[in-house]
Design a binder for this molecule. Structure first.
Ligand code: NAI
Length: 306
């Protein structure tokens, strides 16, 4: 199989490395900057003998080279600078993402699309609209990353293995995300049995601020290692038809009482894309938080199109 990554920046190039070195697929890295994706591809190709895989990595500035991809990941666009919110990227990235989605679908009409560019939920909506794809085949990555951050902070607090912590974060990728603390466990033991409410709230706040914490530390750009890992999990679930149940930004058609908006909810992800949306029985406050989060995405969809 072949995966195209549009945007060979920090997230895109790290994702290319993950996909090739996990031996999942050949990769086409596309960017508008000339020479840069070609150089990265050559560098990754030169690591193959050491990393022991034989995947092809091609760098290009031309969509014709992406033809016949099974998956297209869009990471093109600007990342945040310190002090910026994801929404500040709205208009610039909207133009880039819509153009990328249209160009890519023209060359790979059967591909499944994963949007990564921020603000994530709005960009996924615009890409869905621009491509005319069914909602099964176009989605956004955010929840897998936000959940991994929440799990990390729980694991650090309790001094347990990160792999033993399971948690899910729903809602939009931003300050209004909805970490589901009551469902979070350490190997099946609810964290509510292990931590007091104030500590859990502190971890929830750190999760909401997880992207900004890294932007403030780095000063140039944002996180990319964990975002690339999170995206590779979605790519893997599709290519290996794993049907994993993951939080995915998807177009809602009445689920959770929400319509015509993209927001993160639990979905099963397999070779055809999103197999189904799982509707959890949310508490009143969780449901309200999800609706508030959806409302802000809706407002930004309107703003992006003004
Ligand atoms: P970066 O600046 O390192 O890379 C972006 C790349 O996009 C650059 O190489 C740039 O040349 C390219 N680009 C710009 N316009 C283009 C176009 N029209 N066609 C093709 N390529 C184009 O940024 P980074 O750190 O890789 O982040 C990429 C995006 O992903 C940002 O919007 C960032 O906010 C977002 N992001 C989203 C996450 C999520 O959880 N959904 C997590 C981390 C980042």
């Amino acid at each position: 199989p072949r995966v195209t990554i549009v945007g060979a920046g920090r997230v895109g190039s790290t994702l290319a490395q993950r996909i090739a070195e996990k031996n999942l697929a050949d990769v086409v890295l596309l960017d508008i900057v000339e020479g840069m994706p070609q150089g990265l591809a050559l560098d990754l190709m030169e690591a193959r003998g050491i990393e022991l895989h034989n995947r092809q990595i091609v760098g290009t500035n031309n969509y014709a080279d992406t033809a016949g991809s099974q998956i297209v990941v869009i990471t093109a666009g600007l990342p945040r600078k310190p002090g910026m919110s994801r929404d500040d990227l709205l208009k610039t990235n909207a133009k880039i993402v819509v153009e990328a989605a249209k160009n890519a679908i023209a060359c790979s009409p059967h591909a499944i699309f994963i949007v990564v560019t921020n603000p994530l939920d709005v960009m996924t909506y615009l890409a869905w609209q621009a491509t005319g794809l069914s909602r099964e085949r176009i989605m956004g990555m955010a929840g897998v990353l936000d959940s991994a951050r929440f799990e990390t902070f729980i694991a650090l607090e309790l001094g347990v293995l990160p792999a033993d912590v399971k948690a899910m974060v729903l809602g939009s990728h931003g300050d209004l995300m909805v970490p589901l603390s009551r469902y979070a466990t350490v190997n099946g033991i609810p964290i509510t049995e292990l931590l007091d409410a104030a500590t859990i709230e502190r971890l929830v706040q750190r999760t909401r601020n997880g992207g900004a914490e890294i932007v403030e530390l780095m000063q140039t750009g944002g996180a990319f290692f964990a975002p690339a890992s999170a995206t590779s999990v979605m790519v893997e679930s599709i290519l290996l038809n794993q049907s994993r149940l993951l939080p995915i930004a998807t177009y809602l058609q009445g689920e959770y009482g929400l319509e015509d908006v993209v927001i993160g909810v639990p979905c099963r992800l397999g070779c055809g894309g999103i197999e189904n949306v799982l509707e959890l029985n949310l508490s009143d406050s969780e449901r309200e938080a999800l609706h508030t989060s959806a409302q802000s995405v809706r407002q930004n969809i309107v703003r992006a199109q003004e």
